[in-house]
Design a protein around this ligand. Structure first.
Ligand code: CP
Length: 314
């Protein structure tokens, strides 16, 4: 595995963003700062105190495991603490409805930073208008998931020592995958040798989102084409139990099984933001190409770096 980060840099560089809404707002220097700091956290044996006495409000109005516990753990590893807002808004038709703005206005007065997820991107924007504390978007709508993208970039850079010039394939329902869409958009800063989009017909990333990517590098398929990739990013397909329209045949054409794994180059890594349903066969978990659990593990270092970037004095 290649790892060419700058190394430990204890200087604390504060974000010039009041909130972290979208990866689109971040410049390449900020992103590289976070991935470098994450690498430093990963290799550091020291304890950290940058968040001592500070409180993060975990406001997850949509389900999450990795992002929620990732920020919870990151905050605690930095010496801080957390509180969770889990009711009543997550319960449909809760008897005591309150606007998101009122909830966030109150929580933000108690906390030093808010980590927020919502199925509606506008709700996160509205929360940012009223919050008196910085908000980190922990995933909103189908379009924004900046902290997952930072984890993904960290993981790719750790493996290849670079972000540019790679052959990256995205497979799944790309229209609804905020993780895939955020990552694809940010690649404008590090042009890929190939951006291969593999999605059911009509479920592609919007052309406008890829305006800043060299059109000659983009290829489109309705099935998983595994040859000659450096990274296969499995965005996933909607849970069939949620009424997904995709047939079993479509799911199979866009899933990773042992046959697809064998057709991937030896150096290729298979990434996935998780959770998975049936898009990745359990039989491939033991392969060195299957790095999605390592990618998930990387989340803690990246989220520590994000909290540091949002909070510390420059
Ligand atoms: N990757 C991701 O966002 O996972 P969670 O939904 O579990 O947070």
């Amino acid at each position: 595995m290649v790892q060419t980060f700058i190394g430990i840099d204890t200087m604390c560089m504060k974000s010039n963003l009041r909130h972290l809404f979208s990866i689109d707002e971040m410049n390449p220097g900020d992103i590289e700062r976070i991935t470098d700091d994450a690498a430093a956290f990963q290799t550091s044996s020291s304890s950290h105190s940058i968040m001592t006495g500070k409180l993060a409000g975990l406001c997850f109005f949509q389900q999450s495991t990795r992002t929620r516990i990732g920020f919870d753990a990151a905050m605690k590893k930095l010496g801080g603490s957390t509180l969770s807002v889990t009711e009543p808004r997550v319960v449909p038709r809760a008897p005591t409805e309150e606007t998101i703005e009122d909830t966030i206005r109150v929580v933000s007065a108690y906390c030093d930073v808010i980590i927020m997820r919502h199925k509606n991107t506008q709700a996160v924007k509205n929360a940012m208008q009223v919050s008196v504390a910085p908000i980190i978007n922990a995933g909103s709508g189908n379009d924004h998931h900046p902290t997952q993208t930072l984890v993904d970039l960290f993981h790719i850079k750790k493996h290849f020592g670079k972000l540019s010039g790679l052959r990256i394939g995205f497979v799944g329902d790309l229209q609804t995958s905020r993780a895939a869409r955020s990552l694809a958009r940010v690649l404008r800063h590090w042009p890929p040798a190939e951006l291969r989009l593999m999605s059911p017909t009509g479920r592609m990333i919007e052309d406008a989102e890829l305006d800043n990517i060299n059109k000659a590098s983009i290829s489109v398929y309705d099935h998983l084409k595994p040859d000659n990739l450096d990274v296969l990013y499995v965005a996933g397909l909607p849970n069939p139990e949620d009424g997904s329209a995709f047939s079993a045949k479509t799911r199979e054409a866009l899933s990773v099984n042992t046959k697809i794994l064998s057709a991937l180059p030896d150096h290729c890594i298979v990434m996935c933001p998780l959770p998975r349903i049936d898009e990745i066969d359990l039989a491939i978990d033991g392969s060195p190409k299957a790095t999605y659990f390592q990618q998930s593990d990387d989340g803690i270092w990246v989220r520590m770096a994000i909290l540091q970037w949002m909070q510390c004095e420059g």
